[in-house]
Design a protein around this ligand. Structure first.
Ligand code: DGJ
Length: 684
């Protein structure tokens, strides 16, 4: 048996082959450098008994039905309508690339592994000598942990993204599939596999993320012999016949310090390895987005006035959202007609851009390039460019352009490039507001190609991925974009929860979060400006309300929190977000810890009234037990008079050891629900 090992920070993957497709014999916490790999082969050998076939087929990187593997096969393919049952032989190894071939069937399969920061990236490529049809091709298949009882993955919806789901491992398949042609709100392409008892801050955890925006499938299967396998691939039925098929990269993380170990591996990987920053040395600018202030009702004087207010609050980027093009007075028309609307903008966009620039802000613009309304010049001129059946059901009164068609891509490129070349534009919000009528790999590859071309020609323009909020969040889209519009919910209470769960993947610096209107437009709730401001300040901060509605006091609070955000953004841009375990179910808390671990900020959100009358202690994490830290409740002025007792934290900074902070924890003052305590810590 041949063996190979791949090491990334905190994890080791050991592959082995006895002449066939290699298997992951070990995937887990980092093994010692001197580990004898043949020993792993010895301990991995398994017995058989009655009622089984005489040799256990491997859960290899591509389990083969041709080897009598009874579970989900890693490749399901047909040639001339006949199923293919390859039995691959290993024919070449080059570094961490493994090539296998079934000469009789004329099929080659290659598995690639690469260490990218804290994660291992794994992908599969299948090549056929003559045309085949592929229904399913798995990225390299990994064993599921034997000591875990549950699978943690996500569901979600518009204004309710990243809802954590817990499903038991049990006989058979737990399957998640995004069929709508986007990575989607419904089944985000990420899953955690904790060992029993693991929490945010402790325990062994495995996690995977599939970097593809066009829909994916995950199978987590427990076989009757007790082994477990986890497969990821493109969504079933999204490929056409051909000769070369690739999966996206599957990212692997392992942690011995709870969910946070995998969360921070993904956060760092997306931030430092996947995203390419147009202005790496420029601090993230505070956004102002006019959507919830004016919707489609654009007027240059009103927007100038709004820009004047926004800059006083601390905004550094002004974004003109939907409504500036075609005859776009509502969402029934004009998608596709990417020319400035002369009724609303008689002198074009230059006057507002110049005004915004004169205030010291940069300017951003909204597009939804992949979409078209039937009521548009583009649809009238090119009905053949529209994807799907003529009598399809529309979504948000709109249809999808066939971006796989190079002519369509060229047209979109020319329209967007014309706007970018003739205006001083720093950022694009790239929206995608409906599911596809027909999902296909070619459509997603077309989007990547279009984004890639624009990024190459306009490298200084930042792009935000938005899809009715968080409908397209994955490493694939983040190779071409730099910011995520996580949710259309600007309700601070909802956002607190969404941000917390999305931190299992997303770092602070790419996650947009805006202070919404006093009465939230998507929930009807009214929240205090302090709570709204602090929740937005947890991530890449912005405002998205009519600033003219703010009272003087609200404007002061918002300016102060924004100033705090600016004062801290430099170190926080590279900080880890660590989710805290809370003994109090009404509390959602996180600690952002600087890279050098010398400073941190803890956000303690009170998402509902508590069960017990007083707050329970909150344990911090990731500190040096023997070090001392100065701890300051920086918004102690927000304490309500019903918080009646003087406590040291309400008085000023206190000094405590890391061990006390992590073992006993902090007891915070009593507060109303929908409030946030903010604590800064500095190592002394
Ligand atoms: C959906 C986005 O998520 C919103 O933020 C906004 O840009 C609208 N589309 C505009 O139509």
């Amino acid at each position: 048996m041949q063996t190979w090992r791949i090491d990334a920070p905190g994890q080791t993957l050991v592959l082995a082959s006895d002449g066939g497709v290699p298997s992951a014999l070990y995937w887990g916490a980092a093994l010692p450098g001197g580990q004898d790999l043949t020993e792993i082969g010895l301990i991995a050998a398994r017995d058989v008994t009655g009622g089984m076939i005489d040799r256990l087929p491997d859960v290899s990187l591509c389990p083969e039905a041709g080897q009598s593997f009874q579970g989900q096969a890693g490749l399901v393919a047909y040639r001339d309508g006949q199923p293919l049952y390859p039995r691959f032989a290993l024919v070449g190894v080059d570094g961490s690339q493994f090539v296998c071939r079934d000469a009789a069937l004329g099929l080659s399969i290659t598995f690639d592994f690469a260490v990218e920061g804290d994660v291992i990236a794994a992908s599969t490529t299948l090549e056929a000598d003559s045309e085949i049809t592929v229904h399913h091709l798995a990225a390299p298949v990994m064993p599921g942990p034997q000591y875990g009882a549950d699978i943690l993955d996500f569901s979600g919806r518009w204004i309710g993204e990243f809802q954590l789901e817990r499903a038991p491992w049990r006989a058979g398949v737990h399957m998640r599939e995004a069929r709508g042609g986007r990575s989607g709100h419904e089944h985000p392409p990420i899953a955690y596999f904790p060992e029993s008892g693991a929490q945010n801050t402790s325990g062994a955890v495995f996690a995977m993320h599939y970097g593809w925006s066009g829909g994916h499938v995950m199978y987590a299967e427990e076989l009757s012999d007790g082994r477990r396998q986890i497969q990821w691939g493109h969504a079933t039925g999204t490929r056409v016949s051909g000769r070369v098929f690739e999966t996206a990269k599957l990212y692997l993380a392992v942690s011995e310090m709870g969910l946070n170990g995998c969360a921070t591996a993904f956060q760092r990987h997306l931030r430092d390895q996947v995203v390419t920053w147009p202005h790496p040395d420029r601090p993230r600018p505070v956004h102002y987005n006019c959507w919830e202030a004016v919707y489609f009702d654009h007027g240059v004087e009103v927007l100038k006035d709004i820009a004047d207010q926004a800059v006083k609050l601390g905004a550094e980027r002004f974004v003109l959202d939907d409504g500036w093009f075609g005859k776009r007075d509502d969402d029934t028309s004009s998608l596709g007609d990417w020319d400035v609307d002369p009724r609303k903008w008689p002198d074009g966009l230059t006057p507002i851009i110049e005004h915004v620039k004169s205030l010291g802000m940069v300017f951003g613009l909204w597009f939804e390039p992949e979409m078209v309304n039937m009521d548009s010049d583009l649809a009238r001129a090119h009905p053949e460019w529209i994807l799907g059946p003529v009598d399809q059901v529309e979504g948000r009164q709109q249809r999808v352009l066939d971006v796989a068609n190079p002519e369509v891509r060229d047209h979109l490129y020319r329209k967007i490039a014309a706007i970018l070349a003739s205006h001083d534009i720093d950022y694009i919000k790239w929206d995608h507001n409906r599911l596809l009528p027909v999902a296909s790999v070619a459509q997603t590859s077309g989007v990547y190609a279009l984004l890639g071309r624009l990024r190459r020609d306009f490298p200084n323009v930042e792009v935000e991925s938005c899809a009715s909020g968080g409908g397209r969040i994955d490493a694939g889209i983040l190779e071409h974009t730099q910011r995520i519009w996580l949710s259309d919910s600007n309700d601070a209470q909802e956002r607190l929860r969404i941000q917390h769960d999305a931190a299992l993947m997303l770092p602070m610096t790419i996650t947009g979060s805006h202070v919404g209107p006093r009465q939230c437009h998507t929930s009807g709730r009214v929240h205090d400006i302090r709570f709204r401001s602090w929740v937005a300040a947890q991530r890449h901060m912005g405002f998205e309300m009519d600033p003219r509605e703010l009272t003087e006091e609200e404007a002061v609070v918002l300016s102060q929190v924004t100033a705090w955000w600016k004062g801290n953004r430099n170190w926080r841009q590279t900080a880890d977000i660590l989710r805290l375990d809370t003994a109090d179910s009404s509390v959602i808390a996180e600690q952002q810890l600087s890279q050098d671990k010398k400073r941190f900020v803890v956000f303690v959100g009170k998402a509902s009234t508590g069960t017990q009358i007083m707050p329970r202690p909150l344990r911090l994490t990731g500190l040096e037990p023997g070090a001392t830290y100065e701890i300051e409740l920086i918004n102690r002025d927000e304490a309500h008079h019903l918080s009646r007792r003087e406590t040291p934290l309400k008085d000023g900074p206190v000094t405590l050891s890391g061990q006390l902070l992590m073992q006993h924890g902090l007891i915070l003052p009593w507060s109303f629900p929908d409030r946030m305590w903010v604590i800064e810590g500095k190592k002394k």
